[in-house]
Design a protein around this ligand. Structure first.
Ligand code: 6R9
Length: 655
């Protein structure tokens, strides 16, 4: 990489203090409390995490070494014996939580169920015993390709219980993407369902598994199938088994396997900007502790909360903040199979009302979709149970933040904008809702124990308000341990872009950011999303925010295309609000609007209107593909993470 500067052009001066009533009852009640905690952790991170590990988790045996750091490889709590399924289930059974709702589930067609901690424990134990019967042993890799039904979480916990490594593949991935991941992970068993419900249609999961295994995946011996949608499916004799058949008469007694702290817990694939997806490896104890503490403090969990994270379990957010973090804390976690759809655009608000959801955690892309659907959907439901809102996945445009705050939160709920990654295991930069005043568009400050900085390529901190690269300076318990089967790629991707500084290794997240005079972080998006116009490097998100603040724009994605004069020219892909029509007038108006909001240097050279944008299944706009389109090139590289492939064809036709 050359040594570019990254310019930040977003100006946002609004600030919201934690509501007094919220702060009073919160776990962490004031900025002083946060700062004290932060300083204590910074002075001795190992000691800080050790104390929490001792206080918050159950250990079969205590560790001998808190942290062993051989850059870039780290071990946490070496010598300890622990099981995350035990921490999520068994230890609650001897308390009043035994009969508390652990998992509330709502299916898309309107079916639902609630499992108490005791019931969930039973289900997990029985599932674990079936896995054992199918020959799954400690250390074996199990592929999970499931809809959002309780059995997805049960399967994960069952693997963890017996020491099998799960690799969850999002149910929207193609057969080919599934196949690649099963081969790379050397999976021995695949757990799936006949199908899942999505937008009133059946997603034929088992059929995809059949295709993935058609030419044989050498390591896969068995397929375990959960019945969900009940359409006719093929069952391969000897290979495929129904869960409801195998569970008959199986014991629900299955003690949790004492695992070494650093035993692998799961592999989760995340796409690199090019090439083969990376298998991000997380291990047991550190991940357990990190997701436990972040869930507790960031969502300010109280025993009366009904907590709902709308992510899919196939995504890291689902792993850490639907399953492991909430259950480890003994919380009630809600899981919803559906998505807003033409037949029920207000379904999310129905769920909030039906269960009295108190904490709601979603993604900016969903918020922008809600904005497009209009205020009448949320306004016609009773959302007064909500007390805290969260967002994750992308930088949130300040205008979307304000809408979320006003319309969903009734100007009463703090918003936690949580910055983190598959690789970090848990949230890294975020408000603590009772303590840290929020500013729309900023993830605010690092979680206690996280030493984040914004630096240049030589690892030197950049001045306040200058753009740079977001790095982490000290290992934390939840960090990824390696790329599965490719430690070199781990080193290259995360540890070599930025030079070690005074012998200190810096974890490079791949995001650009700036820090303001209050120590707040403003994440500007992936650095590969930065556009260089006449030598000014502009974060795409900031131009997008300007566009989205125009009443005609529902969603915007901005990319650069090569330009002889300026180096790069800005191309904006725009999805309009329902009532607006594309046209030359509007195009001119939008360009002028960006000039007004940011300045002439950010004026888009070209605006294209479209009725959808290419997104990954976790809702991130795939700017790499838009860059190809903007430059008039064929789309290259990996498109397996694209949610709806037809969007590309439409964009191509329209260009
Ligand atoms: C959890 C998750 C990671 C990338 C990350 C960044 C973007 C996530 C963000 C955010 C700004 C936030 N990102 N949260 N950017 N503000 N609050 O999304 O993991 O799918 O691995 O994506 O998402 O660019 O580097 P993952």
């Amino acid at each position: 990489m050359s040594q570019p500067t990254i310019e930040s052009i977003l100006q946002e001066n609004r600030s919201f203090a934690p509501p007094a009533a919220f702060a009073q009852e919160a776990r962490i009640k004031s900025l002083e409390d946060y700062e004290q905690l932060y300083e204590r952790a910074k002075a001795n991170p190992q000691k800080f995490w050790e104390e929490l590990a001792q206080r918050e988790l159950y250990w079969f045996e205590k560790w001998h070494t808190a942290m062993d750091w051989q850059p870039p490889f780290v071990k946490w709590f070496d010598g300890g014996k622990i099981n995350i399924s035990y921490n999520c289930l068994d230890r609650h059974l001897t308390t009043w939580r035994r009969n508390k709702a652990a998992l509330i589930w709502e299916g898309e067609p309107g079916d639902s169920c609630t499992l108490t901690y005791a019931q969930l424990h039973r289900e997990v134990c029985q599932f674990a015993n079936v896995l054992k019967q199918l020959g799954v042993k400690k250390g074996d890799v199990v592929g999970i390709y499931m809809p959002m039904i309780p059995e997805a979480a049960i399967a994960m916990l069952a693997c963890a219980r017996i020491g099998a490594v799960h690799t969850v593949v999002f149910g929207g991935f193609s057969a080919e993407a599934l196949r690649d991941r099963l081969i790379d992970g050397k999976a021995k068993l695949v757990i799936t369902a006949d199908g899942g419900w999505r937008k009133d249609k059946i997603v034929p999961l088992k059929e995809q598994v059949d295709k993935a295994l058609e030419e044989g995946v050498e390591t896969v011996e068995n397929v375990l199938v959960v019945e969900r949608t009940k359409q006719q499916i093929h069952m391969e004799p000897g290979r495929d088994h129904w869960w409801h058949d195998l569970r008959q008469g199986v014991s629900a007694d299955c003690p949790a396997e004492p695992m070494d702290s650093e035993d692998m817990l799961f592999i989760l694939y995340t796409s690199g900007s090019t090439g083969k997806p990376k298998g991000v490896v997380h291990t047991t104890a550190g991940y357990n502790l990190y997701t436990h503490m972040t869930t507790q403090w960031i969502f300010d969990l109280q025993d009366t909360d009904v907590y709902w994270c709308t992510a899919d379990v196939g995504w890291i957010t689902g792993h850490s903040y639907i399953v492991y973090g909430p259950l480890s804390n003994g919380a009630t976690t809600l899981m919803y199979e559906g998505a807003p759809r033409p037949s029920n655009p207000g379904c999310f608000w129905d769920v909030v009302e039906k269960y009295g959801v108190t904490i709601f955690y979603t993604a900016p892309t969903a918020i922008r979709a809600f904005i497009k659907m209009g205020e009448h959907e949320p306004k016609s439901r009773n959302l007064s149970s909500l007390r805290l809102l969260g967002t994750v996945g992308e930088p949130i445009n300040p205008e979307a933040w304000m809408w979320y705050y006003r319309v969903i939160g009734g100007e009463r709920c703090p918003i936690v904008d949580t910055w983190w990654q598959t690789e970090t295991g848990g949230v890294m930069i975020t408000p603590l809702p009772g303590a840290i005043p929020t500013k729309p568009g900023s993830a605010t400050r690092p979680f206690p124990g996280i030493l984040a900085d914004v630096v240049d390529l030589d690892g030197n901190p950049v001045p306040d308000n200058s753009g740079g690269y977001l790095v982490v300076k000290h290992p934390w318990p939840g960090m990824m341990r390696t790329v599965y089967g490719d430690p070199d790629r781990f080193r290259r991707t995360y540890w070599e872009h930025i030079a070690p500084k005074d012998g200190q290794y810096l974890y490079f997240a791949g995001d650009g950011a700036r820090r303001d005079e209050d120590g707040y972080f403003w994440v500007m998006g992936r650095v590969d999303d930065v556009i260089s116009v006449s030598g000014h490097r502009l974060g795409t998100m900031e131009i997008e925010s300007a566009l989205v603040s125009h009443p005609a724009v529902a969603e915007a994605a901005v990319v650069g295309r090569p330009d002889d004069l300026k180096g790069e020219e800005i191309v904006a892909f725009i999805m309009l609000e329902g009532a607006y029509e594309p046209g030359d007038e509007l195009e001119k108006d939008l360009k002028q609007h960006v000039v007004q909001e940011i300045g002439a240097l950010a004026r888009p050279g070209n605006i294209r209107f479209s009725d959808a944008l290419p997104k990954t299944r976790s809702g991130k706009i795939m700017r790499r593909l838009l860059r190809n389109l903007a430059a008039g090139q064929e789309v290259t590289g990996d498109t397996s993470t694209l949610e709806d492939r037809s969007v590309l064809d439409k964009l191509r036709e329209g260009s």
